[in-house]
Design a protein around this ligand. Structure first.
Ligand code: AMP
Length: 248
């Protein structure tokens, strides 16, 4: 069985992004790392290989320039090889899905894993759109995944409980936070990953019209929080909760 994992390089979750004085968001110089949900997807694929259930794990990313750095981390985690679909700028989810579809057509994976969402755009779209474009069943937000012959059984956390669904392979599964705890990547693992192959494909050669349909018209920072005060007594706290915060 071949598993294809889609991974994205995003601004590191520990970095606080700031707007420029002109109100623009420029993340080009900020530290990037693998989207946390994609680390979980990669971990799951590597685990399937370690259990002898998957033969090959291929990782793919779509992006410009240094976006491919994320592939080396995925290879260090244990993926066998990588595909980099190189674009000129960062592209929106529909175009990512269309470009990934071309890779799926060529690779013919049995299972495609994506994160449930990228933490930079919070779109939660690519996995679902990819499944539709490839005409494959999809199971989203997996918190458990079990391969059963030609099917995959996926547990999803829903409001107030768990839902278990079964889809026939080939299928797309998008993964949620509680599926696993991704392994820590060490320097020797990164060095070893250098020897693994990465195929580069130019997005412009894949026959996808790279036309953007979404324009970001404004970005705003959330309002800053008021500084806290230390109260001297319980009575004072109750008085403030009642009369200032009006929550009692
Ligand atoms: P999104 O729909 O943008 O929130 O992304 C959902 C998931 O799709 C991510 O967790 C990744 O697995 C995958 N994905 C999104 N953008 C890319 C990209 N540029 N390259 C590869 N995979 C991506």
């Amino acid at each position: 069985m071949k598993v294809l994992v889609a991974v994205k390089n995003v601004v590191d979750a520990n970095i606080k992004v700031k707007l420029t004085p002109e109100g623009k968001l420029d993340v080009s110089a900020l530290k990037k790392s693998m989207n946390p949900f994609d680390e979980i997807a990669t971990e799951e694929a590597v685990k399937l290989k370690e259990k002898g259930l998957a033969k090959e794990v291929v990782v793919v990313t779509v992006g410009a320039g240094k976006a491919s750095d994320v592939l080396r981390v995925a290879l260090a985690m244990g993926a066998d090889r990588a595909v980099f679909v190189e674009t000129e700028t960062q592209v929106e989810p529909l175009l990512v899905a269309k470009l990934l579809q071309k890779v799926v057509d060529e690779e013919k994976p049995d299972l495609i894993l994506t994160g449930k969402q990228a933490i930079d755009d919070d779109c939660n779209q690519v996995g679902q759109m990819l499944a539709a474009l490839c005409d494959m069943p999809q199971a989203t937000h997996a918190s458990n995944l079990v391969l059963e012959g030609s099917k995959v059984r996926v547990t999803r956390e829903i409001d107030g409980g768990l839902e278990t669904v079964e889809v026939v392979l080939p299928a797309v599964v998008t993964v949620d936070l509680r599926l696993n705890a991704p392994r820590y990547v060490t320097l020797p693992m990164m060095m070893k990953a250098k020897k693994k192959p990465t195929q580069i494909k130019k997005a412009t050669d894949l026959g996808v019209e790279l036309k953007s349909r979404i324009e970001c018209v404004a970005v705003e920072m959330p309002p800053s929080r008021k500084t806290g005060v230390i109260v001297k007594s319980v009575d004072e706290l109750l008085e403030k909760l009642k009369n200032e915060a009006k929550v009692l």
